[in-house]
Write a protein that binds this ligand. Structure first.
Ligand SMILES: Cc1cc2nc3c(=O)[nH]c(=O)nc-3n(C[C@H](O)[C@H](O)[C@H](O)COP(=O)(O)OP(=O)(O)OC[C@H]3O[C@@H](n4cnc5c(N)ncnc54)[C@H](O)[C@@H]3O)c2cc1C
Ligand code: FES
Length: 267
């Protein structure tokens, strides 16, 4: 670990020297992080790529992960000091689905769901290449709609503005931006280009409904709890509609974490 900084209330950014992961990872993929030298917790935990870290020559040498302290692993992670080691394995999962080359892409985040969107903003705007590919511009404009409970939890807003995203904030208590659900804020702006969501399930359901009504493509990245992260344990399954209209279980860790929202079967 080469950096560990606070971005917001209970929210920290950890920088890891992990050149192999950094060279291969693409926006939408995730890594498993584990605290070495302890069996409590035994299992690693999944975290989205926040962004790659480049050296002066533009070579990827590390990754940033941003996390919210919610339980056992993240509580202990917050105590780890710069210079100490973490186990990191990845990249895992699939990158975001191809959105084509629309004029405008709207990213919709709730809670800690903004984390997969920083690298994605740079990829979409063509300012950074990932996975060994050169940068390629896919859209002229990226907007981030980001909903938090309160202003104190808004993490990394400046990072998104620096990356070129237009940021629209919403908060439950009105302490920053629009007062109310981020999906309501989005709705008030009317239909536009493709939507990409990440956050709590009720928010993703509302987003899916909005996208269906507007008839715009929508993909959502799921934060399903995971045990192994590479397809072996089936702890992360979600129901996905098949071409014949029936549904089947898909593993979020290998088939996702991003899915076409129209194909998900919400409980
Ligand atoms: C693909 C993917 C990417 C993720 N990216 C990030 C990220 O970038 N930053 C980040 O902070 N978190 C991210 N998460 C969620 C993160 O994995 C969990 O917050 C973490 O596992 C919690 O571990 P813990 O040991 O601290 O909590 P635990 O002690 O395991 O759990 C604490 C509490 O949180 C609940 N909980 C645990 N995991 C989840 C979850 N995924 N959804 C809802 N409730 C949960 C538990 O039920 C429990 O009530 C991601 C999850 C996935 C699947
Ligand atoms: S986490 Fe083990 S199969 Fe997905």
């Amino acid at each position: 670990m080469t950096e560990h900084v606070r971005l917001a209330d209970r929210t920290l950014r950890v920088r890891l020297a992990a050149a192999e992961v950094a060279a291969a990872v693409r926006p939408g993929q995730f890594v498993m992080l584990r605290l070495p030298g302890t069996t409590d917790p035994l299992l690693g935990r999944p975290f989205a790529l926040y962004d790659t870290v480049l050296d002066a020559g533009g070579t990827p040498v590390g990754i940033d992960v941003v996390y919210l302290v919610v339980g056992k692993m993240t509580g202990k992670l917050a105590e780890v000091a710069v210079g100490e080691a973490l186990e990191v394995w990845g990249p895992l999962g699939k990158p975001f689905l191809d959105v084509g080359t629309p004029d405008h892409v709207r990213l919709v985040a709730g809670g800690i769901g903004q984390t997969p969107f920083l690298a994605y903003t740079r990829e979409l705007l063509g300012t950074r290449g990932y996975g060994g590919d050169p940068p390629r511009k896919r859209t002229g404009k990226v907007s981030l709609y980001y909903g938090v409970r309160a202003a104190s939890l808004a993490a990394g807003v400046d990072d998104f503005r620096t990356a070129g995203a237009e940021v629209h904030l919403a908060s439950d208590d009105g302490s920053v931006g629009y007062r109310g659900f981020v999906t309501r804020l989005l709705q008030s702006h009317g239909p536009g280009g493709p939507l990409v969501g990440c956050g709590p399930e009720p928010m993703l359901k509302a987003l899916t409904k909005l996208a269906a009504g507007w008839v715009v493509p929508c993909q959502v990245s799921l934060e399903t709890p995971m045990a192994c992260g590479f397809g072996a344990c089936f702890s992360c399954v979600t129901k996905v509609r098949q071409p014949d209209g029936d549904w089947d279980y898909k593993r979020v860790c290998v088939d996702g974490p991003a899915f076409d929202a129209a194909k998900l079967v919400w409980e």
